[in-house]
Design a binder for this molecule. Structure first.
Ligand code: HEC
Length: 218
C-alpha cells in the first residue's frame, strides 16, 4: 500500500541522493557547453574527491566565484549575489561530506554576526541568514558548480520543527530545489532533521569544522 508517508520518504530519499551524489546540474564551471543547463549532462559521483591543498581549493574558487553567483542570482533571491560581500567564516573552501562531498564556504549576513563565535553564538535573531556555496572537483580536475544551501531565521512560530529556520537549496542554474514552507518543502525535510540533531543551545547550527575556523576560535 502506498501511503502518504511512503511517498514523502521516497521524495526525501530522492532529495537525499541528489544531495549526496553531486550531479552536473549546472554547466561545468570552467568549460563551455551548449547543453541545456536544466538537464544534467552526465551523472558523476565524486568517488574519491580530489585531494586539494587549501591554496588549490582557494584558487579554483577564485576562478569560478563569478560564475557561481551568476547562476544563483537567476533564482531572484535577494541574498543570492550580495552574500559574496558578507563575512566568510572558513579559512579556505573545505570538503563537506554532509553536502555531497562538495567544497563549501560559509557566509553570514550582519544579523548572523554571532556565527563568528561558533558554538558560543547563542540562538540567531530573526533575519539572520547563513549561506553555503559549493563546487565539486573530480579527480580529473573537472570543476562543477554546486548548489547554494541557505538557512534563514524566520519569525517565532514559523516552523517549530526547524527551530524557525527556513532551509532553501538553489541549484547552480538558479532553479529552486525546495524551500521550507514553500515549493518543494518536503525535499528540505532532511536538512531540517539532520540540523535538528545538534545540541539544543546550538540553534540547529553545526558551524564550520574546527580546522577551517577563523582566528583560532575553536
Ligand atoms: C546529514 C546531515 C546534514 C544534512 C542532510 C544537511 N546538512 Fe547542512 N550542515 C551539516 C553540517 C555537519 C554542517 C557544518 C559542516 C559542513 O559544512 O559540512 C552544515 C552546515 C550548513 C550550513 C551553515 C550553517 C551551519 O549549520 O553551521 C548551512 C547554511 C546548511 N548546512 C544548509 C543545509 C541545507 C539547506 C540542507 C538541505 C538541502 C542541509 N544543510 C542538509 C549537516 C547537514
Amino acid at each position: 500500500m502506498t501511503s502518504i508517508s511512503g511517498i514523502r520518504s521516497a521524495v526525501a530519499l530522492v532529495a537525499l541522493l541528489a544531495l549526496l551524489y553531486p550531479v552536473a546540474a549546472g554547466r561545468p564551471a570552467l568549460a563551455q557547453s551548449d547543453a541545456d543547463p536544466k538537464q544534467p549532462q552526465k551523472h558523476f559521483t565524486v568517488a574519491r574527491p580530489a585531494e586539494l591543498t587549501g591554496d588549490d581549493a582557494e584558487a579554483i574558487y577564485g576562478r569560478i566565484q563569478q560564475d557561481l553567483v551568476a547562476g544563483y542570482r537567476l533564482s531572484g533571491e535577494a541574498y543570492a549575489a550580495p552574500y559574496q560581500r558578507w563575512p566568510r567564516y572558513n579559512t579556505e573552501p573545505y570538503r563537506s561530506a554532509q553536502h555531497g562531498e562538495r567544497f563549501a564556504n560559509n557566509y553570514g549576513n550582519d544579523k548572523a554576526g554571532a556565527y563568528r563565535l561558533y558554538e558560543r553564538s547563542g540562538p540567531m535573531p530573526r533575519g539572520a541568514i547563513l549561506v553555503k556555496d559549493s563546487f565539486a572537483v573530480t579527480e580529473k580536475g573537472d570543476v562543477f558548480s554546486g548548489p547554494l544551501f541557505v538557512m534563514e531565521k524566520m519569525a517565532p512560530g514559523f516552523n517549530p520543527e526547524s527551530g524557525d529556520w527556513r532551509y532553501t537549496m538553489i541549484m547552480p542554474d538558479g532553479s529552486l530545489l525546495g524551500v521550507t514552507g514553500g515549493s518543494g518543502s518536503d525535499r528540505m525535510e532532511f536538512c531540517v532533521s539532520c540540523h535538528a540533531g545538534v545540541q539544543e543551545d546550538q540553534d540547529h547550527m553545526f558551524y564550520v569544522p574546527p580546522p577551517f575556523r577563523l582566528g583560532g576560535v575553536q
